[in-house]
Design a protein around this ligand. Sequence first.
Ligand code: BGP
Length: 478
Amino acid sequence: MVLSKDFLWGGATAANQCEGAWDRDGKGISVSDICTGGKFGQSKRITPVLEPDTFYPSREAIQHYDRFREDIALFAEMGFKCYRFSIAWARIFPNGDEAQPNEAGLRHYEEVIDECLKYGIEPLITISHYEVPFGLTKKCNAWVSRDMIDYFLNYCRAIFTRYKGKVKYWLTFNEINSASAPMGALLNQGILNDLEHPTEFMNQPDIPQQRYQGLHHMFVASALAVQMAHEIDPNYRVGNMMIYSASYPLTCDPDDVLACQHYNRLYNYYCTDVQARGAYPAFAARMLEEMGVKLDVQPGDAEILKNGTVDFITFSYYMSSCQTAKDIKGGEGNILGGVPNPNLPSSDWGWQIDPKGLRYALNDLYDRYGLPLMVVENGLGAKDVIGADGSINDDYRIDYLRQHIEQMKEAVKDGVDLMGYTPWGCIDLVSASTGEYAKRYGFIYVRRYDDGTGDFARLKKKSFYWYQKVIKTNGEDL
Ligand code: BGP
């Protein structure tokens, strides 16, 4: 058997993309609640002032807030050993700056955790997954301000204390390195400079100084959270979470190779070097200078980063790209930039499918950091169709996942220490980049559509039964 007997098979979701109940039980508004959806083909927009008659997908999402017991029962039926979900920060601290946490919010997640434990499913909790309380954006432009470190640590203290003894694995910030690209500023960091006018989601004005200063505050906050977690419960294990975007030089022209190295540093290593090695990498100084960024680093920060390195490394893996020094237009859908690879197919949303890139990613990260790894997002967003007989034959998704799991196993044979695998959107949910329901990832279909119709019923796809078999055989029968 290639994978260890306690391999954490499971699936992943995020609160704002599945819960709904956006204003219930004392929850405050988060930055994801001010983003519109892909209903009727509209593109996703940021609307700092909520517009009447506009569709905001986080209001209902897939009603997981009310149906989590039904959903977790389905996960258990597939044999999940692990469920990665996020806590909505604004359920615990509605504006982000209150002195005391909201009891109803704490109770809700306690129920979710207890439901997982009932089936022997290990909770893996993302502390901040694209939903900074909007109150903090209005108050101090969120992570631009150093005050955020204290707000974040208050939130961490509340949940670390409350769930002590029930939870083992925590992740500080989802896809922290998405802040290396302008699109990460709002969702990842809560940064919004125009509090009156709507903006296209993918087209915010960019101020690198804010993003990188924000990242510095997040690094310090993450390091202090790791230390706090270990003090509160020595059994806690805290990981980072990054997007790994495998990248290859477009040609063997040394300029393309250097462009690729630069890309890797910017997106794949900058954040993880700090979080896993406890210090900024040597290349950071010149890189920041060339972007015109001057970091405000306080005395004592270096010590904090050094003492708060993560226990394990987690990442999302969806695609790879090619890098070139030449001025060639980027490939549609390759979210962190780059040009298309002529050797690879693409999803309906232009994300290039590259299973071998996952083997490369695992080896690259393990070579560099030597820490246990976990793939906490991977999957194919596709337009599933319910057949006349009610079945949903998502063979394309099975193929995608099978090929990625095969490559994961190759990486383990290469010597990588791999803890688990939680494919993204194990139940259909709302897309983070487009706000659509139509971009489905799940083993479980949710009967809800972008035109506002559908009854939220849960239906098992063909991949549901396939994944059940994969887990049962610990990845031997693919
Ligand atoms: C990651 C995010 C998730 C998720 C996933 C799929 O970047 O962490 O929140 O949504 O990508 O992306 P999308 O929903 O845009 O297809």
